[in-house]
Design a protein around this ligand. Structure first.
Ligand code: F6P
Ligand code: MN
Length: 338
């Protein structure tokens, strides 16, 4: 790419193209990107950040009963503070907050709802491995004045923008507004995100899979059958060898899949049978599924397209299979056969 295209320019061009994105949505996305830059700075400093180290546990639990890291809380605050005053949003929801956060009355109210996982894969923070911020934007239903949790409960197919920012060797923001998937890497000298790929495509076939194999004994039959067949490699029914990767941060595993293909699974398992899965539908599975579909891949819960699922509550969990289309379809078909 000869001329560098900034995120700002990319979004303005999207806005100009038949008003593909409204100005308010463009500004909202710029604010999210700015918040991600601040989070990236904090992540980069690690143990050197502030008077006390920002690494380690905050000795609190989130609504999911998971121990919060200091950086989980910092990232959540950065996103809220950056987004609450701009006038583009009506409310926000986060993995780290039990209830929705309505924009305070002292600020103008906008038309959008923002959901996020402020720091996905936070068990990676202390070991200097990749983590990220995942976000999803919905429109506030028409005719609502005071925003309620029920306004957020829209299927993923209603998203108007979705993306993530991965904090790895590079900080890269990956975005869709329904017109393909674009990637932008943070140029720290310039302080701006620069377009590195504007038409991300996931190959339909792959020889790479991602799943937490230590849970194998808890899976149900279709997932066991599928993974057994992958492990059998050349000698089995698939007649080819597969490789496995597991970063333990969805954001990093999905990023790899957007870069070179693969299939990612976090299925339902018997450990907590009443839960549909580990990952959260509204701010993990939905945005990632839309990105994957926009890049030519597929995403299901083993039976149905994730983007068609009607959420029943904000922190709902879901089983996830996403990535290279032919692998997702194969595992999904095993669920209907057994
Ligand atoms: O947000 C939940 C999460 O951290 C994902 O990012 C990741 O894919 C998964 O959990 C890791 O799960 P496990 O601890 O089973 O490897
Ligand atoms: Mn997460």
């Amino acid at each position: 790419m000869s001329q560098k295209i900034s995120l700002t320019r990319y979004l303005i061009e999207q806005q100009r193209r038949d008003g593909h994105i409204p100005q308010d949505l463009r500004l909202l996305l710029e604010v999210v990107a700015r918040a991600c830059k601040s989070i990236s700075q904090a992540v980069n400093k690690g143990a050197l950040g502030g008077s006390a180290s920002i690494l380690g546990t905050a000795h609190t639990e989130n609504v999911q009963g998971e121990v919060q890291k200091k950086l989980d809380i910092i990232a959540n605050e950065v996103l809220i503070e950056a987004n609450e005053w701009g006038g583009h949003l009506a409310a926000m929801a986060s993995e780290e907050m039990q209830s929705i956060y309505a924009v305070p009355n002292r600020y103008p109210q906008g038309e959008y709802l923002l959901l996020f996982d402020p720091l996905d894969g936070s068990s990676n923070i202390d070991i200097n491995a990749s983590i990220g911020t995942i976000f999803s934007v919905l429109r506030k239903p028409e005719g609502t004045s005071a925003v309620a949790e029920s306004d957020f409960l829209q299927p993923g197919s209603q998203q108007v923008a979705a993306g993530y920012c991965i904090y790895g060797p590079q900080t890269t923001l990956v975005l869709t507004v329904g017109d393909g998937v674009a990637m932008f890497t943070l140029d720290r000298e310039q302080g701006s995100f620069v377009l590195i790929e504007e038409n991300v495509r996931i190959p339909e076939d792959t020889q790479e899979f991602a799943i937490n194999m230590s849970n194998m004994r808890h899976w149900d039959a279709p997932v066991k059958r599928y993974v057994d067949e992958l492990l059998a490699g050349q000698d089995g029914v698939r007649h080819k060898d597969f490789n496995m990767r597991w970063v333990a941060a969805m954001v990093a595993d999905v990023h790899r899949i957007l870069c070179r293909g693969g299939v990612f699974m976090y299925p339902w398992d018997k450990r907590e049978p009443e839960k549909a899965g580990k990952l959260r539908l509204m701010y993990e599975a939905n945005p990632m599924s839309w990105l994957v579909e926009q890049a030519g891949g597929a995403a299901t819960n083993g039976r149905q397209r994730i983007l068609d699922l009607q959420p029943g509550k904000l922190h709902e969990r879901v089983s996830v299979v996403l990535g290279s289309k032919n692998e997702v379809q194969r595992l999904t078909s095993y669920h209907s056969q057994l």
